[in-house]
Design a protein around this ligand. Structure first.
Ligand SMILES: *[C@@H]1O[C@H](CO)[C@@H](O)[C@H](O)[C@H]1NC(C)=O
Ligand SMILES: *[C@@H]1O[C@H](CO)[C@@H](O)[C@H](O)[C@H]1NC(C)=O
Ligand SMILES: *[C@@H]1O[C@H](CO)[C@@H](O)[C@H](O)[C@H]1NC(C)=O
Ligand SMILES: *[C@@H]1O[C@H](CO)[C@@H](O)[C@H](O)[C@H]1NC(C)=O
Length: 512
């Protein structure tokens, strides 16, 4: 009997050693104890395959949640039992609050393999993108809040799951047509060059948790290149503090007076002034974000334009425990080529003009939507259709959902440029599975929905993180020959005040 068991175990080890190759990877916690690899459903398959690599010898849990809480979340718990056999259990969060997750009446998670060594448990499973089980989460191209947990205690059965000792939440884009292969090709290509936009040694404050750090950088006088990929290089050891980084172009603005004078982006009374002028985003990374790789025939121009000399780096640091003595010099690495690619991409911004009199959100609203328009009258000035292939939807802390709607001849066309689970703390470009075509004459509506239940006062548009924005940054091809492209809604401020029954001197709008 003993022999049979060993043979079975040996067989199992062999089959699980045939490694699946995963195209996607995310680290779900700052200590890199919970790592996730996955393959999105592709090539006619409905199945997503996930591999959890977790620093535990007990159980691990992964969940899909609309807001990061356990309540009503879809969860799967897996472990390798005392006999060395992997086990899996499809479960869901309690209807309200946190608590023991009941087992689903229908089991939709299929174990592929599982093993553990002295330090880690590695479980691979698959599930359908849409299991049609109301107790499961339908995976969409929206941001997904992944909740994770583990405990070193090995369950004796699916009814013996002890409470987690570690837990957390991390957003991810699970349906993401980009793969790691593109990056591997770029890294292997000898004509690839890199340029790092590095933060110069900022010391995190110990009196407040959040720091937005702004720094103007002068571009080198290189020949024109195409940006073909980018990757965030977080300084080793600072993974838990580096939250997001945006590289904005400053157009043709002269920012030389700000060189060598990095500072906080916002204080109680003012905003670092280049924030208003440098708004053409080149790249953005947020915690949990993967490398960004352009399609192999496309590139975004950079350098080689003596009038566009400056960029603004905007870094968000988070130091919740106010740990002293943290200094950071993280960088955003751009992968570039001088062998210009056939298709050049451009960026187009739509949304509401950033101003306190353009955007007003009342307090205590579950969902409150603002609309920005780029009417056909404006898009008809384009001489040819454009193809939006990626973009970034952007609000501040109150944002819960955003979408770009396109109306052609009175009919709405399908747009993947949307996110019903927006997470300010996970700003990552949206990847479209097929380009969103904007034709001359199309009406565009940018919709921004906010949740203000925990605010006691009005929130207004502005650059501070407590102020709000409603912007869709879209990247498209073929690039048009314009230095700055946007189509912004602009409300009549007097009209807005009248609707609100306010006089100008009655509004207190915070830093602008
Ligand atoms: C995984 O990648 C390796 C190396 O590229 C390859 O040899 C192997 O066949 C791949 N495995 C599968 C299951 O595709
Ligand atoms: C256990 O597995 C993990 C994940 O594959 C690996 O990183 C680690 O080095 C392994 N540890 C040992 C002792 O083999
Ligand atoms: C960064 O700043 C810290 C504190 O001001 C200083 O001790 C350290 O030497 C600096 N490091 C570099 C590389 O400049
Ligand atoms: C773009 O416009 C500039 C200024 O109008 C012009 O000099 C340049 O030749 C144009 N480039 C192309 C590719 O049309």
């Amino acid at each position: 009997m003993l022999t049979v068991t060993s043979v079975l175990l040996a067989l199992f080890t062999v089959s699980s050693a045939q490694q699946l190759n995963f195209t996607h990877h995310a680290v779900l916690d700052p200590n890199e104890k919970f790592q996730l690899n996955w393959n999105p459903a592709a090539d006619g398959s409905d199945y997503f395959t996930f591999e959890c690599v977790v620093a535990t010898r007990g159980w691990l849990g992964l969940g899909f949640s609309s807001n990061g809480a356990m309540a009503a979340a879809d969860m799967v718990i897996a472990w390798v039992d005392a006999s060395g056999n992997p086990q899996i259990s499809d479960r869901h969060g309690p209807a309200q609050g946190n608590g023991y997750p009941p087992v689903d009446s229908k089991q939709d998670y299929e174990l592929v393999s599982g093993r553990k060594n002295d330090t880690h448990t590695i479980i691979t499973f698959r599930r359908k993108q849409d299991t049609c089980d109301p107790q499961d989460w339908k995976i969409t191209s929206d941001t997904t809040r992944l909740i994770w947990a583990y405990n070193d205690q090995v369950p004796t059965s699916a009814d013996d799951i002890s409470k987690h000792t570690e837990r957390g939440v991390q957003s991810a884009q699970l349906v993401n047509p980009q793969t790691k292969d593109g990056m591997a090709t770029i890294l292997a290509d000898p004509s690839t060059v890199t340029y790092d936009f590095r933060i110069t040694n900022v010391t995190l404050p110990t009196d407040k948790r959040t720091l937005y750090w702004c720094e103007i950088i002068e571009l080198p006088t290189w020949n024109k290149h195409h940006i073909i990929a980018n990757r965030m290089l977080v300084q080793k050891g600072n993974e838990r503090y580096v939250h997001h980084l945006v590289v904005y172009g400053c157009g043709e603005e002269d920012m030389s007076e700000h060189l060598g004078k990095p500072s906080a982006c916002f204080s109680d009374t003012q905003v670092f002034s280049p924030m208003q002028k440098c708004t053409d985003y080149h790249a953005v990374w947020a915690v949990g974000g993967e490398d960004f790789v352009y399609p192999s025939n496309m590139g975004a121009p950079i350098f080689g334009n003596s009038k566009q000399r400056f960029v603004l780096l905007e870094m968000h640091y988070d130091n919740p425990d106010l740990t002293p003595g943290i200094t950071d010099s993280s960088a955003f690495r751009f992968y570039l080529t001088e062998q210009l690619r056939p298709v050049e991409t451009g960026r187009l911004t739509m949304g509401l003009t950033v101003s306190a009199v353009e955007l007003v959100i009342p307090p205590k609203q579950q969902r409150f939507t603002n609309y920005a328009y780029c009417p056909g009258k404006c898009t008809s000035r384009m001489t040819e259709p454009i193809n939006v292939f990626t973009g970034l939807l952007h609000t501040h802390l109150l944002g819960v959902a955003m979408r770009v709607r396109v109306i052609r001849n009175g009919e709405e066309i399908e747009s993947e440029m949307r996110d019903d689970h927006y997470d300010f703390n996970y700003q990552t470009p949206t990847f479209l599975s097929k380009p969103l075509v904007i034709m001359p004459g199309d009406d565009i509506i940018v919709e921004c929905t906010y949740g203000s239940m925990d605010r006691d006062t009005m929130s207004y548009g502005g650059f501070g993180s407590d102020n709000e924005m409603c912007l869709a940054f879209m990247e498209y091809y073929p690039k048009r020959n314009l230095s700055s492209e946007d189509c912004m809604s602009f409300l009549d401020p007097e009209g807005l005040l009248e609707v609100l029954g306010l006089k100008k001197e009655e509004i207190n709008i915070g830093p602008q």
